[in-house]
Ligand binder design. Sequence first.
Ligand code: ADP
Ligand code: MG
Ligand code: ZN
Length: 546
Amino acid sequence: KEKLKDDALLKKSLSISKKNWNKEDFNWSKDLKKALKDVFKIDKLRELQLPTINAVMSNEDVILIMPTGGGKSLCYQLPAVISKGITIVVSPLLSLMEDQLYGLQKHNVKARMLSAKCDKENVKIIMNALIDKKSDLKLIYVTPEYMAKSNRFMNKLQKAFEMKRLDRFAIDEVHCCSQWGHDFRPDYKFLGILKSMFPGVPILGLTATAPAKIIVDVQKMLDIQGCLVLRATFNRPNLYYEVRRKPTDKDTCLAMIENLLKNRFKDKSGIIYTTTIKDAEQLTTDLRALGLKVGCYHAMLEADYRSEVYSKWISGKYQAVVATIAFGLGIDKANVRFVIHHCISKSMENFYQESGRAGRDGKKSVSIVLYRLLDIFKLSTMVFQDKVGLQNLYKMLAYCLDQTSCRRSLIATHFEEVWTRTDCAEMCDHCRKPKESKQVNIAPYCRQLYQIMTKAVQSETRLTALKLIDAWYGKGASTLRVSSIPVPKFTRESGESVIGHLLVNGYLQEDFHFSAYSTISYLKRGPKSALALDNSHEIPFNYELH
Ligand code: ADP
Ligand code: MG
Ligand code: ZN
């Protein structure tokens, strides 16, 4: 029976995806064109916007997967404008809703938002508009929490539904429905009742999260299995991806960034991301001391100060903003030419979004990650309590450790797409200057590191990565060194990469301990240590140890 149901769903899915959603002779095609120009002042639709809007107007359930900044909102705003009734937009964040309302106001589109913060008067207007045939209100933005808690609102929706005024639901950031997502929100579960409560009212789910597993989960949650899924490519052909070793010496690292800003990115605008507020402030001070015009942005600064920094950057008074990831939502600057990661991101997902703030105008732009193993441990102590936090972080580490693969192909895997070197067109460091792949077996080093760890256990000491590397290179406390182990012939940076690779592959693992003020990450043998202890076991690493 289950199988039959799946087959039926598959058939439905295939038949709706075969339909030509790009046609321009639907009943609404003329209105669509007119509203696009007159209301939204947009000349041309972007990839997938027309098929999505057509499917939405045909009352299909649709999930649209499109990178951030791709233009998902228009796919429900435009249908709302050319429809008679009301569109309910479910969105997780008040700030996102406020941005949208502001934008719609500028275009004279009637929209309002409902949240726990809403005053009585506003609530009353919205509740009345729902059941008033003469109302010109087009969109109601609402948080899932509000829907779940407000019986009054759900009752009015029911009435609007009976009056056929309920045109559709748009659910933004729809991946929040799924436990597998990076951003699960329990209140999104409530949305599971919409389909049975309002049969025939179509649902449009929107997200920038791609994995099929999550999309299927979302479909189940919303009871729209087999719906039309439209997926835009995540490839950003105009972004050049580059990874550099971050110099261990702070001044050398500063000089590197100074050089980039004064030469390669001279007169160009960009963002420099750091992990912590302290790093952001320090780096701003240091770069200013070198005569660079940069501003600082993080969550602990006053809102007024932050908007001042933002406008100085928009107007070009600042060449770059040194920021934590708090700098992101709502950035609307098309000519960002570079994004430098002073420290790696906590996941490929984050990296994609952060680097993706460059080159929104389609012109060539650059993403540079400055990578250093020890930075990982700042992040791991921040993310290890999330279900997949460490796994995500190690994927980012693997991206940085890779010395030969096309960066673009590495990013593609993450989005379950396949991009080849041809898609890259030499727009990454490895495609531009291909290196011969050299494989080394690092199992012997792994066993040496285990010996050092055993000795530490015997002397009741825990090893941070730094202490482990020190002991390996004959530095630090002499009690932790093992005299029979030779100091590696390769550089300390290479040694760090060996440790990184062992960590990513489960030969080493982090061991977290809480102190009064912080969490410390120590290294210990990983789940695969039994394998590595066998002298015939090999651990291949595509890396040039030098
Ligand atoms: P997303 O939700 O996919 O991250 P948004 O809907 O917020 O993206 O849109 C990002 C920006 O792109 C907005 O400033 C929007 O006005 C603009 N935009 C959307 N569609 C178009 C288009 N067809 N042409 C030009 N700009 C567009
Ligand atoms: Mg959006
Ligand atoms: Zn490439």
